[in-house]
Design a protein around this ligand. Structure first.
Ligand SMILES: [Fe+2]
Length: 354
């Protein structure tokens, strides 16, 4: 697009010379004004269709600096150049910053020098315009990203809420089927999370623990109610069927994206450090920390809850049984210690109050 330059000088000879020079050498549009007030009201300035102003200093009605300052108030991106006589030089220098002058030229000027100054000034403006445009584009992209992010965040939160509701529903299925588990699933979720906090695990792991703990026994939907609700000891055959709940639970949750990080803990919550657990007989470090935490929470809750065939066990007895199981290599020593520390602080028994 062609450039437009405003030449403002009260001397017609100067405006004619300058405009002819610019038109011939640079082929730019030149608009000439011999009155600065008229130039200020010009269409070019009002509609910001001007790239550069070359103005004389000494003019009747308004001096060049005053004029350029007002012109830049109307259109700050215009490049201002001042033509000064030698005697005006001091004033011009003083006002360079105030007006934001790009250059001042002394009369009489050197044509080649003037052309170079005009070209440099307009190049600088082009660069500054494209930087501003880029900045605006980045700003717009940033706003768009912010908007999409907040939408995604909303969607994600909705997904999390849906997943949580789904988990609560699944846990309720177990509660309805197995009369031994009255409130057990919810408590194992909360105790597991509390243990995770005590162990210093990050929030992401704590959420996994709460979900896995709440839903760890979901596989019991695949076990007959006669076995689940049998008051006495299970036969070997019945126990084998009961043991399948860990794998069934994993298979139930496998298709759910939101449960992928919980599958391991659901499958392995009955593994024991000494390898005597099920379904895979994992040993020591082969068992994930999440599965070990849920195992501790699960056993504690089973011992400390009322069962149809017995009252809840006193805390001392629960502690002793858990100490024995730890000594036998069934439970993780550090996690059991953490549980005991939390019990000392009354933080676990609180969960049983409501
Ligand atoms: Fe279980």
């Amino acid at each position: 697009m062609g450039k437009t330059i405003l030449v403002v000088d009260d001397e017609i000879m100067i405006t004619t010379t300058l405009s002819t020079l610019i038109r011939m050498v640079l082929k730019y549009n030149v608009q000439v004004y011999n009155d600065p007030v008229e130039a200020l009201q010009s269409e070019e300035l009002t509609h910001k269709k001007v790239d550069m102003i070359i103005s004389d200093f000494m003019m009747p009605g308004m001096n060049g600096l005053e004029f350029l300052k007002k012109a830049r108030d109307k259109y700050p991106d215009v490049v201002p150049i001042l033509l000064t006589g030698y005697s005006d030089k001091e004033n011009a220098i003083k006002s360079i910053n105030e007006v934001g002058l790009y250059y001042y030229l002394e009369k009489p000027w050197d044509n080649n020098n003037l052309i170079k100054i005009i070209q440099n000034g307009l190049e600088k403006k082009d660069l500054s315009d494209s930087l501003k445009l880029r900045y605006m584009e980045i700003q717009q992209s940033h706003e768009e990203i912010e908007r999409l992010y907040s939408l995604l965040k909303k969607d994600y939160q909705q997904e999390v809420d849906n997943a949580r509701n789904l988990i609560i529903s699944l846990a309720n299925v177990i509660e309805a089927k197995d009369k031994y588990t009255d409130g057990h699933t919810r408590r194992v979720g909360v105790i597991s999370r509390t243990l995770g906090e005590k162990l210093g695990l990050p929030e992401e792991k704590l959420q996994q623990l709460e979900i896995s703990g709440t839903i760890h026994d979901i596989g019991k939907v695949g076990v007959s109610e006669t076995i689940l609700n049998k008051p006495g000891k299970l036969t070997e055959e019945e126990f084998d069927l009961m043991k399948k709940h860990a794998e069934i639970g994993e298979n139930i949750c496998k298709p759910l994206n939101c449960m992928q990080n919980c599958l391991d803990a659901i499958r392995h919550h009955h593994e024991k450090l000494n390898g005597s657990g099920y379904p895979d007989g994992l040993k020591g470090d082969e068992i994930s920390q999440e599965a070990r935490v849920i195992a501790v929470a699960d056993i504690f809750d089973a011992l400390y809850s009322k069962r149809p065939y017995r009252d809840k066990l006193p805390l001392d007895k629960v502690r002793n049984i858990m100490k024995e199981e730890t000594a036998d290599g069934c439970l993780d020593q550090d996690i059991v210690n953490s549980l005991f520390e939390l019990l000392d602080l009354g933080k676990i028994t609180d969960i049983f109050k409501d």
